[in-house]
Design a protein around this ligand. Structure first.
Ligand SMILES: [Zn+2]
Ligand SMILES: [Zn+2]
Length: 265
């Protein structure tokens, strides 16, 4: 499985402003930069979009995406929790912020299909099983485990430290890689606490619960604090920390190596 971090605009500095992860060029997790990050022919290959929550850095590119690929093929399915779907209908497609694509889809070839997800109920998309897991953020939020049949990628973003969530991810069979948020440096711990995000020390605690053979990449780095956060993360000296998953990066997620000894014949 390959996951690409949505590229940033060329003029943007380091860090992540908009959240979107593209799985094998066909499934998107979050839509923050979705409509702005790839050309129309690449966007048209994306048939399913899974949203974590309705904060604008995860949703800003949804309308542009749908507008760009309209009628190029079957309408994509947008998967989200009931709370996030409510926000998509009321706050985005409301004929003020953007035309009401949901209403228009009833009277003309549809722009999109909406599908409600529930925590812990896997959704099948072709060979993939995508499982939402509830996390603790300022609004209802799910994160995702993406299983392609060979390996599992965990995308953990916009969450306060919840050891039970990290332990559950750690226990996932065939876990191949984890993208884990680290939004604030330690001197902004109070802001991280209020906004339900992680600092580097909380990132370390989470990684400590994961198997040491599973590569971990940092995501959701606030651009303003990029240098500080990266320095603090590197100082942690974590065995499995692979660095920041930078905008535009493509990461190959492989099944975990089998660790152990073969018994002698
Ligand atoms: Zn966010
Ligand atoms: Zn958020």
């Amino acid at each position: 499985m390959r996951v690409q971090i949505a590229p940033s605009p060329p003029s943007a500095g380091p860090g992540h402003t908009l959240s979107t992860f593209l799985i094998d060029e066909t499934i998107a997790i979050d839509a923050g930069g979705l409509g702005m990050s790839w050309p129309p022919e690449a966007l048209a290959r994306i048939h399913d979009v899974f949203i974590t929550h309705s904060h604008i850095d995860h949703l800003a590119g949804l309308a542009v995406f749908l507008d760009t690929i309209y009628d190029l093929g079957p309408p994509p399915t947008i998967h989200a929790s009931a709370a996030t779907l409510r926000s998509i209908r009321k706050d985005v497609f409301n004929d003020r912020l953007f035309p009401d694509f949901v209403k228009l889809s009833r009277i003309m070839p549809p722009f999109l299909t909406l599908a409600e997800i529930d925590a812990d109920i896997p959704v099948s998309v072709g060979k993939y099983q995508i499982t939402p897991i509830a996390v603790h953020h300022t609004i209802p939020t799910v994160n995702y485990l993406i299983d392609d049949g060979e390996t599992v990628l965990a995308i953990l973003t916009d969450t306060a430290p919840v050891p039970s969530v990290f332990a559950r991810v750690a226990a996932t069979p065939r876990l191949g890689a984890v993208l884990l948020e680290c939004s604030f440096p330690s001197h902004q711990a109070r802001l991280a606490d209020i906004s339900k995000h992680l600092t580097p020390s909380q990132f370390r605690e989470a990684v400590g619960l994961l198997p040491s053979v599973v590569p971990v990449y940092a995501i959701h780095i606030k651009p303003r604090f990029y240098t500080e956060i990266v320095a603090e993360l590197n100082d942690l000296d974590l065995l499995n920390f692979q660095g920041v998953a930078e905008p535009g990066d493509i990461i190959e997620v492989r099944p975990p190596a089998v660790v152990g000894y073969l018994s002698a014949p």
